[in-house]
Design a protein around this ligand. Structure first.
Ligand code: NAI
Ligand code: MG
Length: 494
């Protein structure tokens, strides 16, 4: 498949505009920015560059929609819209996959899978739209007084998303908002704004009323910061780095907005000697190499039981050398480029830090620059052996295809060392011992524990962080609660 044919006519050479109040507008400043293909360095499109003024316009449109006819939509009507949107995304799945591959580099095989997941997510939120309900609660007050709760949408949601899975990230914010009756101003990442904008087109096509979903591309320090601090935004839903998450919290203080944060990680992936190694080798490898390591829950601290450490780590390194690195548009590619020059520089600096700290690269370790690769941002799958807990490559999020392999001797020890991190997003355990599996499932301080698998995700199963990986949950029934207020109603009847 030639992916370029899939994205015509969306990429027609014209400036991609922002969606505000149901209309496609230029930035108030008239400014635009470029979005590029990280595999080739080519410019894909010029995109309207939103800043505080555009965020203001979008928030006003979202508020008007929230107070207007949208508030009269019945749950079944919101459900119908979400189902229609799911159908439209499904019909255009190849285009979405191609757009994400071009804009952020992931292999087309992966972006196709993500798009199918995105459709499932929309249908899950559609189902939830008609399942929301309050409760009648027995109180102990004297006399006749009834108490019950109403679940109400929080209002205008500012959604700020990263570039590592643009369509799924956008749906993870728009889905619960539409299901609960909120309105949204979505700020895509500057590195990958295209699929969120295309999704905005489909929202209109599905019949989502003007102003309910607004999409304002722009940079973090301008558009993102304006959204996080806007006095008329009721909630911010953020996915990205923990440092930016902290600035979102500070920015939200002005009107004490609700905040949910899905941040970074340094997840332990623990392999016991009794594991099925034929599964654990590729499983632990792909726990990091999938999406070139640009996944918040990647299992980057690979703890391996000492008696199999040398053998296992060299098998993972051998596995890493079999992966085809290249342009994501090639269907054979398994590992694409990093998203940007900035990310490549950052990941490369960690490769140097790892060597300086005394870790031993068994595979990868250097940026690839052969032939056309020099035009893109390619870092090959890398396995560092002889890593110690106190090294920076064992503590800091690298966000690249880099495994830090660490030996351990027993269960209690690996629990303690596995939990010695500021983060708590994902974790993996590979064992055939059911007792160990259960023990680890409880002992690990992280929002997800994957046993004999990694990165399993489902729209019905909550995902989110402990500690500095953030708070709030996405997916699952819990996700909807993040977009709802609970109101208690008392009625005296005697
Ligand atoms: P970032 O957290 O700075 O950017 C994510 C989003 O936040 C983007 O839309 C950006 O425009 C916006 N943003 C940035 N600064 C902002 C501010 N002051 N106020 C409001 N919004 C703001 O992440 P970035 O710079 O793309 O990557 C840096 C590192 O963050 C990566 O190397 C990785 O370690 C981590 N990261 C984690 C992600 C995750 O899924 N948890 C996703 C992306 C990055
Ligand atoms: Mg940033």
């Amino acid at each position: 498949m030639n992916v370029m044919t899939q994205v015509h006519p969306f990429l027609d050479g014209k400036t991609k505009r922002m969606l505000i109040g149901g209309k496609w507008l230029e930035a108030a400043s008239g400014k635009t920015f470029e979005t590029r293909n990280p595999a080739t360095g080519e410019i894909l499109a010029h995109v309207a560059e939103g800043d505080a003024e555009d965020i203001d316009r979008a928030v006003a449109a979202a508020r008007e929609a929230f107070n207007g006819p949208w508030s009269k939509f019945k749950p079944a009507q919101r459900q119908a819209l979400l189902l229609k949107l799911a159908d439209l995304v499904e019909e255009n799945i190849e285009e979405f996959a191609a757009l994400d591959t071009l804009d952020m580099g992931a292999p087309i095989s992966r972006t196709r899978g993500n798009k199918a997941r995105a459709v499932g997510m929309l249908r899950f939120y559609a189902g939830m739209a008609t399942a929301l309900h309050g409760e009648t609660i027995n109180n102990s007050l004297p006399g006749e007084i009834v108490s019950f709760t109403l679940k109400e949408p929080v209002g205008v949601v500012g959604a700020i998303i990263p570039w590592n899975g643009p369509l799924t990230a956008a749906i993870w914010k728009i889905g619960p908002a539409l299901a609960t009756g909120c309105t949204v101003v979505l700020k895509p990442a500057e590195e990958a704004p295209l699929t969120p904008l295309r999704l905005g087109e489909l929202c209109l096509e599905a019949g989502v009323p003007p102003g309910v979903v607004n999409v304002v591309p722009g940079f973090g320090e301008t558009a993102g910061a304006a959204l996080a601090s806007h006095p008329d935004v009721d909630k911010v839903a953020f996915t990205g780095s923990h440092v930016t998450g902290q600035s979102i919290i500070r920015a939200s203080a002005g009107n004490l907005k609700r905040v949910s944060l899905e941040l970074g990680g340094k997840s332990p992936d623990i392999v016991f000697a009794d594991a099925d190694l034929s599964q654990a080798v590729p499983g632990s490898g792909m726990a990091v190499f999938a999406n070139s390591g640009q996944i918040c829950s990647a299992g980057t601290r690979l703890f391996v039981e000492k008696k199999i450490y040398d053998e296992f780590v060299s098998r993972v390194a051998d596995f890493s050398k079999t992966l085809r690195v290249g342009n994501g548009a090639d269907p054979e590619t398994q590992v694409g480029p990093l998203v940007s020059q900035e990310q490549m520089t950052r990941v490369s600096s960690y490769l140097n830090i790892g060597r300086q700290e005394g870790a031993r690269p068994l595979s990868g370790g250097e940026r690839l620059t052969d032939g056309d690769m020099a035009k893109g941002f390619f870092v090959p799958p890398t396995v560092f052996a002889d890593v110690r807990d106190d090294m920076r490559i064992a503590q800091e999020e690298i966000f690249g295809p880099v495994i830090s392999a660490i030996p351990f001797t027993d269960v209690e020890e690996v629990i303690e060392r596995g939990n010695k991190t500021q983060f708590g997003l994902g974790s993996g355990v590979w064992t055939r011992d059911v007792g160990k599996a259960h023990k680890l499932a409880r002992a690990i301080r992280a929002g997800s524990v994957w046993i004999n698998c990694y990165q399993a995700m489902d729209p019905a199963v909550p995902f989110g962080g402990y500690k500095m990986s953030g708070y709030g949950r996405e997916s699952g029934v819990q996700h909807l609660e993040e977009y709802l207020n609970v109101k208690a109603v008392w009625i005296k009847t005697d």
